[in-house]
Design a protein around this ligand. Sequence first.
Ligand SMILES: *Cc1c(COP(=O)(O)O)cnc(C)c1O
Length: 372
Amino acid sequence: MDIENLQTPFYLLDEEKLEKNLKLLDYVQKQSGAKILLALKGFAFSGAMELVGKYLYGCCASGLYEAKFGKKYIAKEVHTYSPAFKESEIEEISQLSDHLVFNSFSQWQKFKKKVLKNTSCGLRVNPEISASVAKSYDPCAAFSRLGVTKKEFKKDLLDGIEGLHFHALCEQGADELQKVLRAFEENFGEFLHKMKWVNFGGGHLITRDGYDVKKLIYLIKDFKKRYDLEVYLEPGEAVGWQSGVLVSTVLDIVHNQIDIAILDTSAEAHMPDTVLMPYKAKITGAGDAKKKRYRYQIASNSCLAGDIMGDYSFDKELKIGDKIIFEDQMHYTIVKNTTFNGIKLPDLLVLKKDGTIKTIKKFGYEEYERRN
Ligand SMILES: *Cc1c(COP(=O)(O)O)cnc(C)c1O
């Protein structure tokens, strides 16, 4: 893979790795009978969508723009859920969507007449079991606006509703899904016999090493046996998981008690979850701070003091012009990028299966101007 002559920063999706994820997800579909959708919220790289469409049933969207995008680039089923739909968009959304999931009975009542002719409608419920680790990633935390709780559920308004949706996981395994399913059935099981489908949401990190795929398949099959309905899953992260990198260049090395390498990329703008979650991204060939001989703080060329990727160590001294490759940078990165501080948005490239590199999008000054 010759990346030396390419202008940085850029994201590089590895098609072979993406396809490996998709094949595993397809295996789950075939073994369990569930249908899997890509959650565009986490991964919407246009250069990957054709391949996604080869294996998955379609996408889940969070509103008009994602629905339009999914229709255009994946061109299969579109399932749209939003915490609140807008009057001005609902008609178009319902025409684009195979399933439409409402977050409340008030939205359902408000839009029912407008959408019923176009799409299959469902309701998002809140199973009120916190399986997610961090609060900002927990849709079932106290006071959550996401989904109807059992207490607020109005069964006399269910006429026309064909499915229930829950989303309670984040980077989790089949054991957590089992707990959520149990709570979901306890709270809402009595309504399932009237439904045509159930959506188990996202947060299933099926493609991570060690995920209990067998158990997932068992849970779905077992559920489908008890309730004769269609089951959907809508992971985002699991689709893009470990399928590509962010490549940057060392612009300068400065010293202030420690060696600091300044790159042409930004944690804040290009790897936001490293700041938000937070987590430390892996750099190819580097170790944690004290593992190897040459130590550096790796940081951004933005003017934000805290825009730092972390402390790493290398076998060889870093030089200006060296490439630094951050691993696993496909999900929740491109979809969240900003032009903060005028730093160049990373271009979007694909490493094809035949070894060639294809440029999908190049970004320049215009992006900055257009947004400001
Ligand atoms: C975020 C989200 C997903 C995808 O979650 P991942 O953690 O990326 O798998 C799916 N469904 C809904 C409703 C979401 O909000």
